[in-house]
Design a protein around this ligand. Structure first.
Ligand code: BYC
Length: 318
């Protein structure tokens, strides 16, 4: 078949919502876009374990500790599914790790902020996992099969994470005045960074148009951000907290909340490596990689020994 026939077949699948699978022909730019997005997503899950991991030893009760431990462990699992999905596109896991450790690959801006109080565990589960669900539910129908299938399980787990975060916030919001203040402070600090998670505005998003055409993305960054605001404002009111945006206002004509201007200078500073915790996060990941070298060496030596033993048994049996 000529490249034109392959292209036609690919377009037919995209137009008819038939998923693209690893052995199918695909345009180079489609492959590159997916590797970029899926590996960025995988790195986000892995780096995303750090801000919450910080509170496992200081959780206020055994129950909270067990729940947080399970949540952070889920995120490791999500990272692993996503690295596996990206590998089906022809990049190796070592190459992806190298891109992360050298700062070449991005990961979500949100994980470059510090977790200062226990209420941050509530705010992350509720707002960060909440934003992740908003973005990832449509990704269950993304055009690349392995990514879409990984997202189905990830979304189920994210829903549990979002609810546990909301429950932590609810407990604090109806607690003592100090606890309620702590919840409001966490909301104030996480609100704007959570809205930045959806990426730049549509006019400044170089990848949205092609990702929409290829049905990698089903909604634009601004559409998802608006959905997040509409859902979350109601939840903030339910908690008895205040929306940290003086411009928030229901717009009857649009049927949506209007909201204030996002600090895009802050967003671009964070994604170019200059957020409050970028250096610390990357340093922690690099250190874990270096300190894990002996484990990888031992696993390889063990695998080699097993293969040699198996070959020996087979040759004796023959
Ligand atoms: N942070 O053209 P655009 C999670 C980059 S983890 C950093 O709009 P696209 C969770 C973008 O990569 C949440 N970088 O791009 C884990 C691009 O850079 P390059 C992660 C960002 O891809 C643990 C440039 O800006 N979720 O759920 O069409 C605990 C222009 O952007 C960000 C995913 O990764 C950002 N926020 O749209 C709890 C979901 N935004 O490579 C929760 C999958 C943009 O061109 N990813 N950039 O230099 C996506 O849906 C899309 O990649 C995005 C961006 C909506 C994030």
């Amino acid at each position: 078949m000529s490249t034109i026939d392959f292209q036609e077949q690919f377009d037919h699948k995209i137009d008819n919502d038939i998923s693209i699978e690893p052995r199918d022909w695909m345009p180079d730019d489609y492959r590159k876009t997916l590797i970029r997005q899926i590996s960025q997503h995988a790195h986000s899950e892995i780096v995303g374990m750090l801000p919450e991991g910080n509170w496992i030893t200081r959780a206020p009760s055994l129950r909270r500790k067990a729940v947080l431990l399970a949540k952070v462990q889920d995120e490791a699992g999500h990272g692993l599914y996503l690295y596996s999905a990206a590998e089906t596109l022809g990049i190796t896991r070592d190459q992806m790790y190298e891109q992360l450790h050298t700062g070449k690959a991005k990961y979500s801006s949100i994980f470059n902020y510090p977790t200062l109080t226990w209420a941050d565990m509530g705010a992350i589960g509720w707002l960060v996992d909440g934003a992740a669900i908003m973005n990832q539910v449509p990704l269950c129908r993304t055009s690349y099969g392995p990514y879409a299938r990984a997202m189905v399980r990830v979304c189920k787990e994210e829903s549990f994470h979002q609810r546990q975060g909301f429950e932590v916030m609810m407990q604090l919001a109806k607690g003592t005045p100090v606890q309620k203040k702590m919840a409001q402070d966490a909301l104030n600090r996480w609100w704007w960074p959570a809205l930045m998670m959806f990426g730049p505005t549509d006019d400044n998003s170089p990848n949205t148009a092609k990702s929409m055409r290829w049905r990698i993305k089903r909604f634009t960054n601004d559409e998802l951000r608006q959905k997040m605001v509409d859902v979350t404002v109601e939840q903030i009111r339910l908690l008895g907290l205040t929306v940290p945006d003086k411009d928030i206002k229901w717009n009857e004509a649009r049927g949506h909340y209007d909201f204030g201007v996002i600090n895009w200078d802050e967003f671009y500073a964070v994604i170019s490596g200059n957020g409050p915790c970028n250096k610390e996060r990357l340093e922690t990941r690099r250190k874990a990689w270096e300190e894990g070298q002996w484990v990888r060496d031992a696993a390889m030596a063990h695998a080699k020994k097993r293969a040699a033993r198996k070959a020996d048994e087979q040759s004796k049996a023959a």
